[in-house]
Write a protein that binds this ligand. Structure first.
Ligand code: ADP
Ligand code: 5GP
Length: 198
């Protein structure tokens, strides 16, 4: 069977969650994966940044060197890649995503607005883009600080970037204000059911 049948309008989808750093996209993606792991799989990105906290190689990211990342670009191994916060590089593996779609599984992405634009451009209606908004910039700052994973300088950079990123929310297919996790997961499940993912 050709992969075309499996990835047509009724086939598996690409679900992109974007949010400013600290907006809650990884927490929400994990909750969806926990509840719907039979239909949805996570795209594990490659990055040149160092692991933080308890992050594991191959689980949260594939951590690679600048040279390894450049070689992957050269070999056409990324569906999309971008430099985020003007520092580290992040990329989505073509082989991983196409492998999952060809098995009939939908793929969930926790990527930035540049990545969302690229995947929408490549996959059109098969790509469902969702922007997660914090209830306010104050709430975002508190969540980012309470997460306790960033230096003061990184927090300042991420808050500065957040203002610009949030301006991009209207261009996404859906917007979800992440008040409580329970309400946000219910809203995401409603969107994904309507899109034929769940
Ligand atoms: P992102 O992946 O977008 O950077 P995270 O999922 O790491 O964001 O969330 C940032 C922090 O905010 C985490 O410590 C997470 O537990 C917390 N958080 C996420 N959503 C909520 C929510 N609805 N209410 C309270 N805290 C939240
Ligand atoms: P973090 O360093 O906090 O894990 O991620 C920083 C930013 O990079 C987040 O906005 C995250 O969504 C984004 N990101 C992670 N992986 C990818 C990817 O493969 N491509 C793109 N474009 N962005 C990514």
């Amino acid at each position: 069977m050709s992969s075309y049948c499996l990835t047509g309008p009724k086939g598996p989808k690409l679900v992109v969650l974007s949010a400013p750093s600290g907006g809650g996209k990884s927490t929400l993606a994990n909750l969806l994966l926990h509840r719907h792991g039979d239909k949805l799989k996570h795209s594990v990105s490659y990055t040149t940044r160092a692991p933080r906290g308890a992050e594991q190689q191959g689980e949260h990211y594939f951590f690679v060197t600048d040279d390894e990342f450049k070689a992957m670009i050269k070999n056409g191994q990324f569906l999309e890649y971008a430099q985020v916060f003007g520092r580290s590089w992040y990329g989505t593996s073509r082989e991983q995503v196409e492998g999952l779609l060809n098995k009939g599984l939908s793929v969930i992405f926790d990527i930035d607005v540049q990545g969302a634009d690229s995947l929408k451009g490549l996959y059109g209606d098969r790509c469902v883009t969702i922007f997660i908004l914090p209830p306010s910039l104050e709430a975002l700052e508190k969540r980012l600080r309470d997460r306790n994973t960033e230096s003061e300088e990184a927090i300042k950079n991420r808050l500065k970037a957040a203002r610009a990123e949030m301006g991009r929310a209207p261009g996404f297919d859906h917007q979800v204000v992440n008040q409580t996790l329970e309400a946000s997961v219910a809203e995401l499940e409603r969107i994904l059911s309507a899109a034929g993912v769940l």
